[in-house]
Design a protein around this ligand. Structure first.
Ligand SMILES: Nc1ncnc2c1ncn2[C@@H]1O[C@H](COP(=O)(O)OP(=O)(O)OP(=O)(O)O)[C@@H](O)[C@H]1O
Ligand SMILES: [Mg+2]
Length: 237
């Protein structure tokens, strides 16, 4: 079961990356090569940490895996779906269905409360969030330790509080794929431990495939596998 490529019942999806390259045009007309990953595979339900120096391409990689950006070349397959072959709107739909993404810079809506931000993904699909999602949002907000702040606009929250709202939002719909970009960067040791517990427990229980980018040695050590990205290279297949 662990190696099945696809599941439609909440379990993780396997990842298969081939010939993945990302480059950006520079001001002088040359190309800046950001990522070059010939092959990389993860079985469904795997949990892995990615470390690497600032600028090594970690966030770029996560955005390619989430289908937010398109690679310059290569394929990203999740389960049976080659997301690089999808149109932008099909990728957006695919992402809403399968991916919980914790952005490095949170991407919260400042004027909305913690609760409203967490429910935001549900509002994209329903005019009103179904009761079970409202209950799930409350549960996640409590689990990240923000029960008392749930009605507060996120603009008036600390960065660490905002980071926890972003995590709760990513986990709202029990995604088959959880991608987290330095999810403990703004937290103290206690908060980081709590976020680590939540990520690992939830992924473990639901069987989601979990990819965590981090510099946090405690968090990395809790993941069964770690890899290092060096100048956009060397993720072992
Ligand atoms: N839109 C863009 N246009 C041009 N260059 C970009 C763009 N986005 C990222 N880059 C470049 O790609 C490289 C990798 O950036 P990325 O944000 O993926 O690094 P990172 O490993 O996540 O770093 P950090 O640890 O600081 O978050 C950097 O050299 C960055 O300048
Ligand atoms: Mg980054």
């Amino acid at each position: 079961m662990l190696h099945s490529p696809q599941s439609d019942d909440g379990r993780g999806l396997a990842l298969q990356v081939e010939g993945l390259r990302l480059s950006y045009p520079m001001a002088d007309g040359r190309e800046l090569a950001v990522l070059d990953i010939p092959a990389w595979r993860l079985p469904a339900g795997a949990a892995i940490g990615i470390a690497g120096a600032s600028g090594s391409g970690k966030t770029s990689l996560l955005h390619l895996l989430a289908g937010i950006e398109r690679p310059t070349a290569g394929r990203v397959r999740w389960g049976g779906t080659d997301i690089t072959a999808l149109s932008e709107s099909a990728r957006d739909r695919w992402r809403r269905l399968h991916v919980g993404l914790v952005f490095q810079d949170f991407h919260l809506i400042p004027g909305m409360s913690a609760e409203e931000n967490v429910l935001m993904p549900a509002w994209l699909d329903h005019v009103r969030a179904p009761g079970r999602l409202t209950a799930r949002a409350a549960e996640l907000i409590a689990q990240v330790g923000l029960n008392d702040q749930r009605r507060q606009p996120v603009a008036r929250m600390s960065r660490g509080q905002q980071q926890r709202v972003a995590l709760a939002r990513a986990l709202l719909r029990d995604p088959a794929i959880i991608l987290a970009d330095e999810p403990t960067a703004s937290l103290d040791r206690d908060g980081a431990g709590r976020v680590g517990n939540l990520l690992l427990d939830l992924a473990g229980r639901s069987g989601a495939t979990l990819i965590v980018i981090s510099h946090d040695q405690d968090l990395l050590a809790r993941l069964p596998r770690q890899v290092k990205l060096e100048a956009g290279r060397s993720l072992a297949p």
